[in-house]
Design a binder for this molecule. Structure first.
Ligand code: HEM
Length: 231
């Protein structure tokens, strides 16, 4: 298909010195929880992982207990529901892929655990996709149950614009939840989920460059000294 130019969205985690904006990631989790999780699983995540975006143990405990998860079998061989614990995986919206497709017109909402790593363009693509819904250009017919999106490869996507109204979620910290803000926040959350160790990885890289620079300078000084009397 045609080459699609992604807008370069500014994220705090861009660049070698970038870090995740914890407040944004927390708002993004709220967007995931209230909007995306109706269709998308995040199988790699447990509630306890959310300490990584700045929730404390009490908050994680309270949050997990809002969800009912399947457990069992008990001593009578029965499955049962119980409130989730921090060690439980995120609750999945559908029992299996067939049920997910049945609820989505045949299309499968992919797991979002590592989505930011899975698509070319990463976070820029995700943000663009979420704000990229528009009327199809003249002459383009959109198939039944599909939606026109400027940035989706092929432009016809089975997912209707999930973020479509300013104020769709109410942020506890008072941030205005414009569509663009919600897209940035949920993308930040998903970028953190896909690579929670990004900050440590980069910090190690920076320390390594500093170390090698010093070591290189030292080696050069030694070389100058050792060879100083050679004419
Ligand atoms: C696909 C994100 C909400 C149903 C996708 C994709 C992403 C995504 C990244 C993959 C696009 C690609 O393949 O390149 C999100 C986010 C949401 C959200 C961040 C919340 C803000 C929803 C909701 C539904 C849904 C609420 C169901 C009502 C789907 C389906 C697909 C999809 C069916 C497959 C589309 C296709 O392959 O044509 N979503 N989604 N999504 N999503 Fe969502």
């Amino acid at each position: 298909h045609d080459v699609i130019h992604l807008p370069d969205t500014k994220f705090t985690f861009d660049g070698v010195f970038g870090t995740f904006d914890r407040a944004s990631a927390q708002r993004g989790f709220q967007v995931y929880k209230e909007v995306c999780s109706a269709c998308h699983s995040m199988r790699q995540l447990s509630y306890r992982h959310l300490t990584g975006i700045g929730l404390n143990a009490t908050q994680v405990q309270a949050l997990a207990s809002q969800f009912q998860v399947q457990d069992g079998p008990n001593d009578n061989g029965e499955m049962f529901e119980r409130p989730a614990r921090p060690s439980d995986r995120f609750r999945r919206p559908f029992a299996n892929d067939a049920a997910a497709r049945a609820a989505n017109n045949g299309a499968l909402p992919p797991d979002l655990s590592v989505m930011v790593k899975a698509r070319e363009g990463g976070a820029d693509y995700l943000h663009a996709l979420l704000v990229g819904y528009e009327e199809p250009p003249p002459g383009v017919t959109v198939a039944n149950g599909m939606h026109y999106n400027k940035y989706f490869p092929g432009h016809q996507i089975a997912m209707a614009a999930p973020l479509n109204t300013d104020g769709q979620v109410t942020y506890a910290d008072g941030t205005k939840s414009t569509v663009d803000q919600m897209a940035t926040d949920v993308t930040t959350f998903l970028a953190w989920a896909a690579e929670p160790e990004l900050e440590q990885r980069r910090a190690l890289g920076v320390r390594m460059v500093i170390f090698l620079t010093i070591l290189g300078g030292l080696a050069y000084a030694v070389k100058r000294k050792v060879w100083a009397n050679l004419h």
